[in-house]
Design a protein around this ligand. Structure first.
Ligand SMILES: [Zn+2]
Length: 245
């Protein structure tokens, strides 16, 4: 059997399974995306996952909007802990996530990234009038957002496209080895902006602060940032002590 026939056969089976499992309400853009894929996802959950993976910047914008809806939990400040057992992030390179911290978690049925209720199929709106899914603690969109915030280099190809393949620092053509960079470096976010309201802080990990730049421009930017760190040294733990309590 030819590859194209094999795919057609598999897609026909997947489509039958998808149609059977499809709930009465289902987000139209997700369905359109699923039906246009080379390989049809056989389950609604896989269709949603595939949709957000294909639109990571849309996912992270949504995650930030949902976080803004939740707001900063009362009494929370961005802190780092000495180890994982502390229940706090250990590096300022990870985006702050109050609802992942034990003391501020909203429990089952709430997303640990944005704090909002998680509904059926990991969706962020209750299209089915069933209330939150108490077995879920992540929106599917927030899973993608979290991946992007933590490993933006994996999304270089898409970022290059958004920038029309031009270096964000120099405006010249992007070369093969171009690298993803945070416009405002994360050490500076921690040093200068950590008291900013939490939902706004997330922008430093998202599209508004991401750029692709050529390797030589990146090296020059990193060198200047390194000398800034030497001139104004800081330690992750040399904080106003109130931030550590
Ligand atoms: Zn979420």
């Amino acid at each position: 059997m030819k590859m194209s026939e094999c795919r057609e056969l598999r897609n026909a089976r997947s489509l039958a399974r998808l149609n059977k499992a499809l709930p009465e309400s289902f987000p139209a853009p997700v369905l359109t995306h699923a039906l246009n894929r080379r390989w049809t996802p056989p389950m609604p959950r896989l269709a949603i996952d595939s949709y957000w993976r294909a639109h990571p910047f849309r996912a992270e914008r949504l995650a930030r909007a949902l976080a803004a809806r939740s707001g900063t939990p009362q009494g929370w400040t961005w802190q780092l802990g000495p180890d994982r057992e502390s229940g706090l992030p250990t590096r300022f390179r990870s985006p702050p996530a109050p609802y992942r911290e034990k003391a501020f978690s909203r429990g089952p049925g709430s997303c640990c990234v944005c704090g909002q209720p998680v509904y059926r199929l990991g969706w962020h709106e209750d299209l089915w009038d069933r209330g939150p899914n108490r077995n879920a603690s992540w929106h599917t969109a927030c899973v993608t957002a979290w991946r992007l915030w933590n490993a933006p280099s994996d999304y270089a190809k898409l970022l290059r496209k958004i920038q029309r393949r031009r270096c964000a620092e120099t405006g010249s053509r992007l070369w093969k080895g171009a690298e993803v960079d945070h416009r405002v470096p994360l050490f500076r976010v921690w040093r200068d902006h950590r008291t900013m309201a939490w939902p706004s802080l997330l922008s430093f990990w998202g599209l508004p602060n991401l750029q692709v730049i050529n390797r030589d421009a990146h090296a020059a930017k990193c060198a200047s940032e390194a000398s800034e760190r030497v001139r104004a040294p800081f330690s992750e733990f040399a904080l106003p002590t109130s931030a550590l309590i």
